[in-house]
Structures are given as structure tokens and as C-alpha cells.
Design a protein around this ligand. Structure first.
Ligand code: GLN
Length: 484
């Protein structure tokens, strides 16, 4: 059952070949049996899932079911889920039970999706390997000695291993697309503002965006359609109407103009990854697309710009964890300063502390102009590169990541090497553009991804092109070896 698409599962439910309770129990059984070798879940909510499955079965029986009714999914542990622990991968929130549902969670629940539990992630979504999680690293189902990518590593690993039908994720600099590429699943990071950030723990508010990890573009379209749309509780949420993504999937792609940025095919790109990406591009040409070389001259600056902007915003967002309101509080504080200091020292891990310190420094008087202001100016130039490129082409494509998944521990001592994983993904976040990663031919047995970047609110076109590629090829159907 876990190899089926959501549409196939929904048909099975509709035709009473199985119930949502049976389907949910099937996934819960797999989690119990297989997740000890992956560590993709932080919390499994078996009882609540079975109750939601019964409610979905009642809706199906009453003829009141949508395409997601009774489908078992899971949420990245960054989304607030009422009555369920929401840790954000941090000791700071290990004792935190969310008092309400985030908008994305609420909308998927309204569509009848069943929540199996909460997925592991890098602490506060800071990382590219899932190794900064307080709950330990997630392992890549294709090779358990390797990382699944991050920060939505639990989401990518769980979808790849068939431990949920699809999952939510968030992407601030690549955290949906990079783990999707490493685990061989389809990942969509929508336009900034497409999905509400209400009830999503904040990392870098001008970059954070909720999205989906799924087995195919068609599955992702179903979830995104349910999640997206205006929410008055998030002032940066877009009022742009949400198209019926499913209805756009089959559109013809004859005449599609694809731009390949020279900056995304240079030094540092693994030859095997490049060959697989080029094979996928050739498949799109077969479907009638044409390919053009373009340039994003400022894109190479995106990693340094991001590592000023994102830490600056994180230093401000994470100031709320003070040991007073909620989250970790140290034992027997001497005074207020001791309470702040020890609660934060104990609650945050190394990477989070590094970012808070960089951000606080970059924002301090005397350095603000040199770092933060300069980074914002460069961010503007990066967005301008895309604006010019989209006058010439419809979509921009290239590799999602420079290499396939690396071994656990390989980059933990070298933050800059770790940061360079996102060299091709970060620019889209800085510009606020939608991006998607689809599996291409494996490289030495490991998944790799083709990244597609679209203009603002072009999610429908991205999903359409990804779907047409997935109809013509079967790279996305590959499943990792069954764990035991
Ligand atoms: N890997 C990047 C970082 O560590 C991006 C993370 C993300 O997108 N949440 O910040």
C-alpha cells in the first residue's frame, strides 16, 4: 500500500478495498518496525491517528470525502499541532505541547488527512543533514550510513521509506528541496507567502515557507492545494487565489523555455549528478521544451548573503526563548540573568548558538551597515537576476544539490562545507520564488534531484512540468531497499 500514489490510495478508500483505519494501521506498523533504523519520527500519535481514521471512514461512508480524506501523512515538528508535542528538533521545546494548530495543519486536517505523528528535523530548521537535532540524526533509507539532508530530513526519509504517504516540510534556504533530492522524493517550496506561517515555529521570517514532500508531483499538488491560500493571521501571506493544481498537471509543455544558469553547472558539481540532471533535461526536450543558457551573475553570492540575513532574523526570533514564557527552564536560577543565561545555554544546541551569535553581531551598531545592510542590497541584486532571466525563459533548472547524500559525520566539523550544500537552492528563498526538486537517475545507487525554479506563484506550472516528466520517466518510482 505504501508504494501507491495518494490518488490510488484515495480510490482504494472510495471503493472500500480498505478502510482508512486499515491504511493508518499499516503505516503505524511500518513505523514501529522500520523507524528504529531511521529515526524519522520524534512523536508517533497512534491513538489520535486511528481516531482521525475512523472519522475519515465515516466521512467516506457518508459520501463527503475529498482526495485527502483518510490519507495518512505526517508533519515536520516545526508545525504546531494541538495537544501534541512540537519540539522543533530542540531541547528548548522538548517539553512544549502546542495549544493550537498551525494554519497548514488545520487546513490539512479539514481536508480529512490523518496525522501519524511529528517528524524529526534539524534544530530550529538550521542544518542540511538532520544532525543538529536534539533527538539524534535521521538516517537516509537508501544508505543508513548517510544523511537524509536537512532540515526536513525526517520528512524526506519517512516519505522515501513509505512511513507516511506524504509530509509537510519547511524551506528557508533549501530544507525541502535538498532532503528531497538526497532521499529520492518530490519536494515543493512554494512562493514566499503562498502558505501561511501562522503556527510554524519561526527561523528566518522573510525566508521561511511551508511546503510538501511527496512521492510524486501529482501527490504534492493535492497537499499544496489544501495547504495554500490567504490567512489573515500571517501578514505576509499572499491573497493571490489558489489555482486547482490538479487540473493543471496534464497541460502540454510543448514550447516551454527552460533556462540553465551557467553558475549552476560549474566547479563543485559532481559529474554523476550533472549527467543525471542532463538526462532529465533531455527527457523534457523530448516532450517539446527548449533549453537556453542563461546567467544569474549574483547567484554565487547567495550563500554569504543568506548567512547574514538568516542568522540576523534568527537571533531576533529566538530571543523569545528566555526560560520565562514556555520551553526549557534551568533548575533553581539565582536571579533573572542567571535564568536567561542558563535556560538558553542548556536549551539550545551548538549550531543554533552559532547562528544567534553571528546574527547578533551582524545587527549590532557599527556592523549593521557593513553586513546586514550590504546583504539586503545584494539580496535585491539576486532577485533582479531572476527578474531578468524570467523575461527570457519560463522556468530555470539545474541540479538541486552539488553531490548526493554524504556520510553521517562527514561535515559536522566544518560549518562552511555544510552550508555549501545549499548553493543552488538558497537564491530562490532570497528572491521569494517557488522551487521544486524531482528525482532523477540515481548516481552510484543514491538519489539525485533536478531543481526547477519558477516565477512568483508559478507552482502550478512547476507541478505540471514535474508531472509530465514523471509520466514520461520512472525515476520517482524507485523505492529504497526495504529496511529490517
Ligand atoms: N541548510 C540551510 C540552513 O542551515 C537551510 C535550512 C532551511 O531551509 N531551513 O540554514
Amino acid at each position: 500500500m505504501h508504494a501507491h500514489s495518494i490518488a490510488e490510495l484515495a480510490a482504494g478508500l472510495r471503493e472500500r478495498r480498505f478502510s482508512s483505519r486499515e491504511l493508518t494501521a499499516h503505516y503505524l506498523g511500518r513505523i514501529e518496525r522500520l523507524d528504529p533504523s531511521l529515526n524519522s519520527y520524534i512523536t508517533v500519535s497512534a491513538e489520535a491517528a486511528l481516531a482521525a481514521a475512523d472519522a475519515a471512514d465515516a466521512r467516506i461512508a457518508a459520501g463527503d470525502a475529498g482526495p485527502l480524506t483518510g490519507i495518512p501523512i505526517a508533519h515536520k515538528d516545526i508545525f504546531l499541532t494541538q495537544g501534541l508535542k512540537t519540539s522543533c528538533g530542540s531541547r528548548m521545546l522538548d517539553n512544549f505541547t502546542a495549544p493550537f494548530n498551525g494554519t497548514v495543519v488545520e487546513r490539512l486536517a479539514g481536508a480529512g488527512a490523518v496525522v501519524l505523528g511529528k517528524l524529526n528535523m534539524d534544530e530550529f530548521a538550521m542544518g542540511s543533514s538532520n544532525e543538529t537535532s536534539y533527538y539524534g540524526p535521521v538516517r537516509n533509507p537508501w544508505d543508513t550510513e548517510r544523511v537524509p539532508g536537512g532540515s526536513s530530513g525526517g520528512s524526506a526519509a519517512a516519505v522515501a521509506a513509505g512511513l507516511c504517504a506524504a509530509a509537510t516540510g519547511t524551506d528557508t534556504g533549501g530544507s525541502i528541496r535538498q532532503p528531497a533530492a538526497f532521499c529520492g522524493v518530490t519536494g515543493v517550496k512554494p512562493t514566499y507567502g503562498r502558505c501561511s506561517r501562522w503556527g510554524m515555529v519561526a527561523f528566518a521570517s522573510s525566508l521561511d515557507q511551508a511546503g510538501v514532500l511527496a512521492r510524486s508531483a501529482a501527490d504534492a499538488a493535492l497537499l499544496l492545494g489544501a495547504m495554500a491560500g490567504f490567512d489573515e493571521r500571517d501578514s505576509t501571506c499572499a491573497s493571490e487565489p489558489v489555482p486547482d493544481y490538479g487540473a493543471l498537471l496534464a497541460d502540454d509543455i510543448e514550447g516551454l523555455r527552460i533556462g540553465l544558469p551557467t553558475e549552476y553547472f560549474g566547479e563543485g558539481l559532481d559529474a554523476g549528478v550533472e549527467a543525471s540532471v542532463r538526462a532529465a533535461l533531455a527527457a523534457l526536450e523530448q516532450l517539446g521544451a527548449s533549453i537556453l543558457d542563461i546567467s544569474l551573475p549574483n547567484a554565487p553570492l547567495s550563500v554569504p548573503v543568506y548567512y547574514v540575513v538568516a542568522p540576523a532574523e534568527c537571533s531576533s526570533n529566538l530571543a523569545r526563548y528566555d526560560g520565562v514564557r514556555y520551553g526549557h527552564r534551568c533548575e533553581a536560577p539565582k536571579d533573572l540573568e542567571d535564568l536567561y543565561k542558563r535556560s538558553r545555554t542548556e536549551g539550545f544546541g551548538t549550531e543554533v548558538k552559532r547562528r544567534i551569535m553571528i546574527g547578533t553581531y551582524a545587527l549590532s551598531a557599527g556592523y549593521y551597515d557593513a553586513y546586514y545592510l550590504k546583504a539586503q542590497q545584494l539580496r535585491h541584486l539576486i532577485a533582479g537576476d531572476f527578474r531578468r532571466a524570467f523575461e527570457q525563459v519560463d522556468l530555470i533548472m539545474g541540479p538541486t544539490t552539488p553531490t548526493t547524500a554524504f556520510p553521517l559525520g562527514a561535515k559536522t566539523d566544518d560549518p562552511v562545507a555544510m552550508y555549501l550544500n545549499d548553493i543552488y537552492t538558497i537564491a530562490a528563498n532570497l528572491a521569494g520564488l517557488p522551487g521544486l526538486s524531482v528525482p532523477v537517475a540515481p548516481v552510484d545507487g543514491l538519489p539525485a534531484g533536478l531543481q526547477m525554479i519558477g516565477n512568483y506563484f508559478a507552482e502550478g506550472r512547476l507541478l505540471n512540468v514535474a508531472h509530465r516528466l514523471q509520466q514520461a520517466t520512472d525515476w520517482h518510482r524507485a523505492m529504497p531497499p526495504e529496511l529490517d
